[in-house]
Design a protein. Structure first.
Ligand code: FES
Length: 122
């Protein structure tokens, strides 16, 4: 299930955008898509932890929100490239150097916040 959210337009003093998403609504295996700071981030959980990443596939820029989540990975449906959500590294094809752009996500006051300004490449 994919749900679209649009956050408040400005980040806080640490660069985190309030996504307007309740942390309890972010579930492993489901993508929650949010538009923040002119970008689209996908939020989900891996092993209970919040993770956020760009919707743009690093292979050829397909929309990863149309992909599939499984076992802590996202698979792009255009050419099948698969990325580990915790490291950003490609798990298929083997040896592929492109990395998924990840963002920092945190829970604060029961809500999900995402920082775009310091992408986490793993
Ligand atoms: S664009 Fe995603 S695998 Fe090619």
């Amino acid at each position: 299930m994919i749900r679209f959210w649009k956050s408040k337009p400005a980040p806080d003093s640490e660069g985190f955008y309030d996504t307007g998403i309740a942390a309890t609504s972010v579930i492993a295996g489901q993508m929650t898509v949010v538009k923040i700071g002119g970008k689209i981030a996908i939020v989900t959980r891996v092993k209970g932890r919040l993770v956020a990443f760009s919707n743009i596939c690093p292979h050829a820029a397909a929309d990863l929100s149309k992909g599939r989540l499984f076992d802590g990975q996202v698979k792009c449906l255009d050419h099948g490239y698969t990325f580990d959500l915790q490291t950003g590294r490609a798990t298929w094809p083997e040896g592929e150097g492109c990395r998924l752009m990840r963002f920092t996500a945190k829970e604060e006051g029961g809500m999900v916040k995402v920082r775009l300004s310091a992408p986490n490449f793993g």
